[in-house]
Write a protein that binds this ligand. Sequence first.
Ligand code: HSE
Length: 338
Amino acid sequence: MRIMLVGFGVVSQSFADIIHSQSTKLARDYGLRPRIVAAVDSSGAAIDPSGLDIPMALKSKKESRSLSGLGADVYTEGRSAADVIREVECEVVVEATPSELTHGEPGLTHVRTAMKEGRHVICVNKGPLALAMPALMELAGHNDVIFKFSGTVGGGTPVLDLAKKCLEGCTIGSIRGILNGTCNYILTKMTAEGVEMKEVLAEAQKLGYAEADPTADVGGFDSACKLVITSNYVMGTSMSIRDVDIKGITEVTMEDIASANSRGNALKLVGYVGDGAKVAPEEVPLTHPLNVSGTFNAITFDTDPAGEITLVGKGAGGRETASSVLRDLIEIRKDFAR
Ligand code: HSE
């Protein structure tokens, strides 16, 4: 299966590394023989129809922050991703450029272009979905392509699939969740170690948890994106991020945290959709399953007749999120086989 990676940041690099190191297992267990025929980043594009040299691409990115180390036969500086999507033959485009939440660009154009060219799309970028999910679902149907986006919610935790596939027959009345790993990491460290928000945020950026623009994390916008995507996918709503009432954690103080603790609660950034949609800091009882620490995400589906079901897992990180891309790819392979 020929794959194009649009955006070659932490998630794409981890994904490339996983499919390279697990090639035998993927072929044996799933009949999947992925070949990365192109990778595009903000500086240029590497193209090789016979498959890029993955170890070399990773080495080049690490050493020079670009794919230029693959050589002049393969790499061209300054090529636009949309052109590469139009020109290079492949079955699947993975859109993993940084999320932009005002216009969704350039991800939105990449996703639309790929669908119009008849490519299946795996989108890790939350911007296009938070702003235009219903239109993109329609475009995918119209062009008869598969559109997957597991990695947009919960990192490697199968939030969307759990709700969609394992809760069939149940009605989901509301969703409440800790949806941003960076904020949870910050609040956990502020609580446990008394470290200032700015300091923990810098650490989260270094560890690759935070968004390219971390105000999306601490401002609550990233959580809102995930709320919108989950609600639209599992509750059938047609929301965009503009429908969510959003308050982040920027004004949270050590005193707020201590005061919540004194009541037997933890202060968390919580996303809720049900009777309205909002993201805001909220007190969660220390004994509640939503009270997870570090980069963990937790999401509670209030269902009828199964009651409350909470899923917990790592919500941020390159390798974790790359596992979602791999899951989506395997699903696409299975659909092919069918
Ligand atoms: N910045 C995001 C987070 C990454 O911290 O949750 C995963 O979507």
